[in-house]
Design a protein around this ligand. Structure first.
Ligand SMILES: Cc1cc2nc3c(=O)[nH]c(=O)nc-3n(C[C@H](O)[C@H](O)[C@H](O)COP(=O)(O)OP(=O)(O)OC[C@H]3O[C@@H](n4cnc5c(N)ncnc54)[C@H](O)[C@@H]3O)c2cc1C
Length: 382
């Protein structure tokens, strides 16, 4: 298999890098400190096609593949993880609309996302349902030609800022077979009964919006069902097989950025009359970082390639997500270590990378869940 990027993909990388270095790097520290959601930045990124670049042209996007999407986000995460997270989220979940939405849903909801006018969210996690997504208790009960939604979701990206959210919920009862109990509904956030509380106490990524959301008798028309009633779980899994690869790309970018910062630092910083770079242990650390990143990148692009050729590999997606996020946490730790005590201060960006990296091992399936999925597939056990 040839992982050489095409000419077009290399051009996309250059454009994304130019945007990230010009627009993200200079304001990253300030945005993290203020914790404000930078709407203007989303608009600017959208004007260049970077938001939801995989959305088909007829719905306002560029119609690019997962590989191109991964390249763009890898570059954003390399430059400034906090703002990269903001730019990764506006179209989070739109793959579900592309894959399963009706023509009306796609025409109405996707173009404003691609233009950067709206952002969306995808709400799965609940107070008692995290890794075990199938155990959600949010209900959508059919009443005539409407669904009435009740429940509570937690830690939802864009929960406060979103124009609409997709809701993974129960439409079946105890009697319904487990695999047919769930559905995905689209809820406009201005509907009566929708409430969102922004979470203030995050460890990092402060400019991004993460919220707890509440549905209190929220009524949506039956046209807001996304896909087939009762088919929500397989739809969710298909989405995760794609989105986990994108988290892997975030991790590759963050690792690359962290390593580059460490390399720059150790070439300048002198101790014992020599640069830190001249110590063999530093050379070993950099060699390990670079090799780990290379393995994570190869795995990520391989998983992208399987999705783009129409044969997503759940095992590769989980491998890429687990391995790349593990690499990110290890690389950023060594990169900060090479900064010495200065790495712990906000004079250098590395402390922001350090705080951001941990999330990559947590959301869209923790590292334990990824390993569980890989192991079960290999062993053929449930
Ligand atoms: C900043 C941020 C943004 C987020 N954005 C979203 C979003 O947009 N939408 C959304 O729906 N969710 C979102 N989440 C939630 C995230 O997806 C969940 O936190 C994640 O799925 C883990 O669920 P949990 O926190 O309930 O942990 P739990 O499931 O309670 O897990 C706790 C620990 O137990 C381990 N564990 C659980 N089950 C097993 C098992 N069977 N075997 C071995 N170990 C196990 C886990 O690996 C973990 O280490 C976000 C979270 C954060 C922090």
């Amino acid at each position: 298999m040839d992982f050489e990027l095409s000419h077009r993909q290399k051009q996309i990388r250059l454009a994304a890098r130019e945007f990230a270095e010009g627009e993200l790097m200079p304001i990253g520290k300030e945005c993290e400190a203020k914790g404000e959601f930078p709407r203007d930045l989303i608009k600017k990124a959208a004007q260049l096609g970077f938001i939801g670049c995989f959305i088909k042209k007829e719905y306002g996007g560029l119609g690019l593949g997962l590989t191109e999407h991964a390249i763009i986000l890898e570059e954003f995460w390399r430059a400034e993880p906090g703002l990269a997270q903001v730019l990764a989220q506006p179209a989070f979940g739109s793959d579900i609309l592309l894959l399963y939405g009706t023509e009306e849903q796609k025409k109405k909801f996707l173009p404003p996302i691609a233009k950067g006018d709206w952002v969306m969210g995808f709400s799965i996690t609940e107070p008692e349902a995290g890794s075990d997504a199938a155990s959600v208790t949010t209900t959508a009960v059919k009443a005539g030609q409407e669904y009435i939604i009740n429940g509570n979701k937690v830690m939802i990206s864009n929960g406060t800022e979103a124009k609409f959210v997709l809701v993974f919920c129960l439409t079946g009862t105890e009697e319904t077979p487990k695999s047919k109990r769930h559905s995905i509904l689209l809820v406009e956030t201005d509907r009566p009964g929708y409430k969102a509380d922004r979470i203030q106490g995050k460890m990092g990524l402060h400019a991004s919006d993460t919220a707890n959301i509440f549905f209190n008798n929220v009524r949506v028309p039956e046209e807001n069902l996304v896909g087939i009633e009762g088919n929500g779980f397989p739809q969710l899994i298909e989405f995760l097989n794609r989105s986990r690869v994108i988290i892997a790309a975030h991790a590759v970018g963050l690792s690359q950025g962290a390593m580059e910062q460490a390399v720059n630092y150790v070439k300048k910083r002198k101790q014992f009359g020599k640069t830190i770079a001249s110590f063999q242990i530093t050379q070993f650390k950099v060699a390990e970082m670079a090799t780990l990143i290379e393995t994570a990148r190869e795995l990520t692009y391989k998983a992208c390639w399987y999705v783009d050729r129409g044969t997503p590999s759940p095992q590769l997606s989980s491998m890429a997500k687990w391995w790349a996020s593990n690499v990110a946490v290890r690389v950023v730790d060594e990169a900060l270590q090479l900064h010495g005590g200065y790495g712990y201060l906000d004079d250098y960006p590395i402390e922001r990378y350090y705080r951001a990296a941990k999330l990559l091992e947590l959301y869209e399936g923790t590292k334990e869940i990824q390993k569980l999925l890989i192991g079960r597939q290999i062993l053929g056990v449930k």
